[in-house]
Write a protein that binds this ligand. Structure first.
Ligand code: ACO
Length: 325
């Protein structure tokens, strides 16, 4: 039976100009290139400079995605922006992006699911498209985690970076089968029981301040692989497919060890895994669209490919999406 599908028309991304490598932590915290690479796989991350913000990076990524899609802002109905580091508590960063793009119609809102934000935003956009409320949606993940890091805490400040990525999604009619292009399956989860394992110790309604990121890294690690693989297996089951049927696996880029362990547990071949954590660090909601944009632009992800996205983050929140390009 035919149905509306949300297909990806174009991708874009943006990174701050400044690159900070592991050796640049000399004089900041006591750490080493060897420790960071061995525990996380991270070598470089981009750090926002003066004037570079979540909104400015989101705008740049959105413009590139629209250019790649061959659409103008007049053709966009909705902006869904995933971020945990908005420019302001309000208005939503998506509305500020809307203004910068010169978009005076439609609507825009932010989604907050920390590192899983992009998966939640993409799923939300897909539902708006499939309900008929929007035809073309800009889905953006944008973050400036460098601004909420405790730069004296070596167990967290070496892990994160800044950046933004965006997709243009468009309504298209599919046959309602797994061969359709577009978003095919989404599985979302959260469990607030884990709120104290990865959080920011401030907020408008508690301290009246922004706060800094706090994490029990080992606890997050302990839960990550199981949660990630559960939602992916549920996604595979929903389409009656297995790991060999996917062309690309684009996981949230938090830690190379989590990515490798998840792929191994699921039986996904290493050559199908898109990895950018080495160059970007953990950019939270921006990590998946940044990785997607790289793999699209270097020719790996092509039309017709089945792409698996997955993320897990603060809350905890976690989820997986299968998209046929
Ligand atoms: N440099 C050198 N030593 C360090 C550093 C550092 N940057 N950070 C911590 N250490 C030390 C600790 O002080 C500790 O020393 P001690 O044994 O003398 O007390 C030792 O290294 C081990 O610390 P652990 O925290 O137990 O190290 P672990 O092996 O667990 O690695 C890490 C830490 C990399 C954070 C790991 O737990 C991890 O990857 N967790 C997953 C968290 C994650 O990826 N979060 C991202 C956000 S959530 C998400 O996006 C999924």
């Amino acid at each position: 039976m035919s149905m509306i599908r949300s297909i990806v028309r174009g991708t874009g991304s943006a990174l701050p100009a400044r690159i900070m490598n592991n050796r640049d932590f000399d004089g900041v915290v006591e750490t080493s290139d060897e420790w960071i690479v061995q525990r996380t796989g991270i070598r470089n991350r981009h750090i926002a400079g003066e004037g570079e913000t979540t909104v400015s990076l989101a705008e740049a990524a959105a413009r590139r995605a629209m250019e790649a899609a061959g659409v103008t802002v007049d053709e966009i109905d909705l902006i869904v922006l995933a971020t945990a580091t908005p420019n302001n508590t309000f208005p939503a960063s998506s509305v500020q992006v809307q203004k910068r793009l010169g978009m005076r119609h439609g609507f825009a809102f932010d989604v907050q699911a920390v590192c899983s934000g992009f998966v939640f935003a993409l799923t939300t956009a897909d539902l708006y498209i499939r309900s008929g409320m929007a035809k073309r949606v800009l889905v953006i993940g944008a973050e400036t985690f460098s601004r909420i890091l405790d730069w004296e805490d070596r167990s967290t400040c070496v892990l994160f970076g800044d950046g933004a990525g965006a997709l243009v999604l468009e309504a298209s009619v599919g046959a309602g089968t797994a061969a359709d292009r577009g978003v095919l399956v989404s599985k979302l989860r959260s469990d607030g029981e884990h709120e104290g394992k990865l959080f920011v110790d401030g907020g408008p309604s508690t301290t009246g301040t922004v706060g800094k990121l706090r994490m029990e890294g080992r606890e997050v690690f302990k839960h990550a692989v199981g949660m990630i693989t559960d939602v992916i297996e549920a996604s595979f089951e929903a389409l009656s497919i297995g790991p060999d049927d996917i062309d690309w696996f684009v996981p949230h880029q938090a830690n190379r060890r989590i990515i490798d362990a998840s792929a191994k547990k699921l039986g996904i071949a290493p050559e199908k895994v898109v990895i950018t954590v080495e160059d970007h660090g953990n950019t939270s909601a921006a990590s998946i669209p940044l990785a997607i944009d790289r793999a699209v632009r270097d020719g790996r992800i092509k039309s017709g490919d089945l792409v698996l996205l997955e993320a897990m983050g603060g809350g905890f929140t976690w989820g997986a999406v299968l998209v046929r390009w």
